[in-house]
Structure formats: C-alpha cells, structure tokens
Ligand binder design. Structure first.
Ligand code: NDP
Length: 309
C-alpha cells in the first residue's frame, strides 16, 4: 500500500485548524488539513460574530470561516474534505487513517477537532430529532416562522439562540434549570429586553411531546416535582458541548470531561509531536479568537519541534 507522508497533519476545519494551516504553510511545513464533518466548525452555526477583533461592523460566521480558509489556501495549505477515522499516535511518524480508508504518516499532528453540541439524553428528544428537536437555531429556526418554540439552556448559546428565534417566531420560551443565567450580561440583557421571550426559571424538560408531524409540546418539571406542559412547534437544545477527542483517547491525555490536556502555556500534549488547539483543549474560554490564537501557537510549536528545539 502506498502511504502518504506529511510533515504536519492538521485535523479540523475551524478557526484553530485554519489558523494553524496559515502559520504552518508560511513556515514551509506543507500542512495537510482535513476539515472534518463540519467545515468551518461551530462558527458556521452562528449568525453574526460581533466580538472578533478586526470586524468593527460584525461578520457572518460563515464568511469569516471562508476568509480564514482562503487565507490558508493562499499560502499553499492542502485543505481536504473528509475526516480521520483512526489515529495510532503510539510511535512517530504517527499513522492515521481517513474515513475513506487512506493511510497517512505524519511527523507532527495538530488536533483541532473542536467540540459538538450536547443533548439532554431523553428518549423522546431522540425520537423527534430532525422533527422539531434541533441543536442549531440558525440552521432550523426558519422552519418555525411565526410559531412558538422553546430553547433549553442558560448560557450564551441559549440566549443567542433565543434572540435569533425571537426575530422570526411568535414566542420563545427559554427554559433554565437554575434561577440565574450563566450567559454574559450583554446577552442576558438582550434576552430580557425582548417582548416575545419568556424565561421559565428552575424548570427542566422531562418529555418532548409530539405526533406524526413532529413536536407539539414539552412537559416540564420543577424542583418540587410539579409538572406543566407548554405547546411548542420546536425545541432548540443549547446545553453546552463535548470535545471531539474519541479517536485520540488511547494515547492522548484528556481531563474528566474529555478535553485534551496541554502543557503549561504551550499546545503540547503528553505525546511529543502531537499538539492540540482550539475548543478541543479549552473548556474555559471557547471563543473563536482564542481558538485561532491557539492554532497559531500549535503551528509554531510543531515548527520548533521539527527543528529539534
Ligand atoms: P455553557 O456551558 O456556557 O452553558 C450551558 C448551559 O446549559 C448552562 O446554563 C447549563 O446550566 C445548561 N445545561 C447544561 N446541561 C443541562 C441540562 N441537562 N438541562 C438543562 N440545562 C442544562 O455552553 P454554551 O454553549 O452556552 O457556551 C459555551 C461557550 O461559548 C461559553 O464560554 C460561551 O460564553 C461561549 N459562547 C459565546 C458566544 C458569544 O460570545 N457570541 C455565543 C455562544 C457561546 P447551568 O448554568 O445550571 O450549568
């Protein structure tokens, strides 16, 4: 079998991966980048990005990711669609296999696989996924125009989703399990200012109700066990994310939640020559700008590693 050998393999097409590709290309590492199942990453699910420096009027997440990709291509990065299915990181050069079964030997690997939305774990939620239950308001909000919907969660994503949906839906319920929001003050203000968002405090979804056409309502429960139902046409789940580290776990050290552990202020993992950047290694900040910055760091760490420094 003909196995391709690369100096620097970047896994993941979000801000961390593309930024790593820009820096690695400019350092003549001839990086190969696999974009994964969601090219552009989580920012393609957001509407307007208002907090990324350099865009004083905001920018759409999709446009920003396309710009980053084009910038990496300009410097010669080899950007491929597809994902990595297996990773043997026990010895260098590392041996990785793509979803199409192609084998790649890599002298260095930058893991930038990001994080994926969590769900509540209810059987009824599973039943109505794609029939009114969604984790992406910007993808699926359109299907609920002028209808009532619910968002579950109390973080920035939930508040952003609720605001986005409020602009097109008749009413949005925001279901929060505690008596306060985790979201930033600016985001909280936006939600509380909207006329058609009602926050249901200290309640959890116990069942998604529906018929053959999809979601029709939710059963909610409070701390005392008291139940209520609301009529909604859709449920948007915004309860956080889990890092995409499954294929690396046998070799790469992660914390309890699965986030890759890096050394000090570097992107080095416990395996020499393997680096991690972006949300996959960041349970704390999880911002586009911090992901991009750590992508730059990972490329520089890989360059220094290959130079033997
Ligand atoms: P977070 O982890 O910040 O928030 C998750 C929310 O979901 C919390 O309110 C949590 O409740 C709630 N939750 C978790 N599990 C359940 C459950 N089983 N049932 C009900 N509620 C549940 O995730 P986000 O995705 O909101 O944000 C992730 C990161 O991305 C954050 O750092 C955020 O600041 C950032 N972000 C920034 C944006 C921006 O700046 N434009 C936009 C979106 C995200 P509890 O509070 O009780 O734990």
């Amino acid at each position: 079998m003909n196995i391709e050998t690369v100096k620097c393999l970047i896994i993941g097409g979000g801000p961390a991966g593309y930024t790593a590709a820009i820096y690695a290309s400019r350092a003549n590492l001839n990086p190969v980048l696999y974009e994964g199942n969601m090219p552009g990453g989580q920012l393609t699910l957001t509407t307007e990005v208002d907090n990324y420096p350099g865009y004083p009027d905001g920018v759409s997440g999709i446009d920003m990711m396309n710009d980053m990709k084009r910038q990496a291509l300009r410097f010669g990065a080899d950007i491929r669609s597809g994902y990595l299915a297996e990773a043997d990181l026990s010895a260098r050069p590392f041996l990785l296999t793509t979803g199409d079964g192609d084998a790649i030997r890599a002298e260095t690997v930058i893991i930038a696989t990001g994080a994926t939305a969590k769900y509540l774990g209810l059987p009824s939620e599973e039943k109505y996924k794609g029939l009114g239950v969604s984790a992406c308001a910007t993808c699926d909000g359109f299907f609920h125009r002028k209808k009532d919907v619910a968002v579950v969660g109390g973080g920035d994503t939930a508040c952003e989703d609720a605001s986005y949906l409020a602009a097109m839906c008749r009413k949005v319920y925001l279901i929060v399990r505690r008596n306060e929001l985790r979201a930033s003050k600016a985001m909280q203000h936006r939600v509380k200012r909207a006329d058609n968002i009602e926050i249901l405090w200290e309640r959890q979804v116990s069942e998604v109700l529906g018929d053959e056409n999809g979601v029709t309502g939710l059963r909610l429960i409070d701390k005392t066990g008291s139940e209520m139902t609301i009529d909604v046409h859709g449920l948007f789940v915004a309860v956080g994310h889990h890092p995409n580290t499954e294929i690396f776990k046998p070799c790469i050290k992660t914390d309890e939640a699965g986030y890759i552990v890096t050394k000090g202020k570097t992107t080095e993992t416990n395996v020499a020559g393997v680096f991690a950047a972006g949300d996959v290694a960041d349970p704390r900040y999880r911002q586009g700008i911090t992901a991009a910055a750590s992508g730059c760091m990972a490329a520089k760490d890989a360059e220094l590693f290959l130079l033997g420094k």
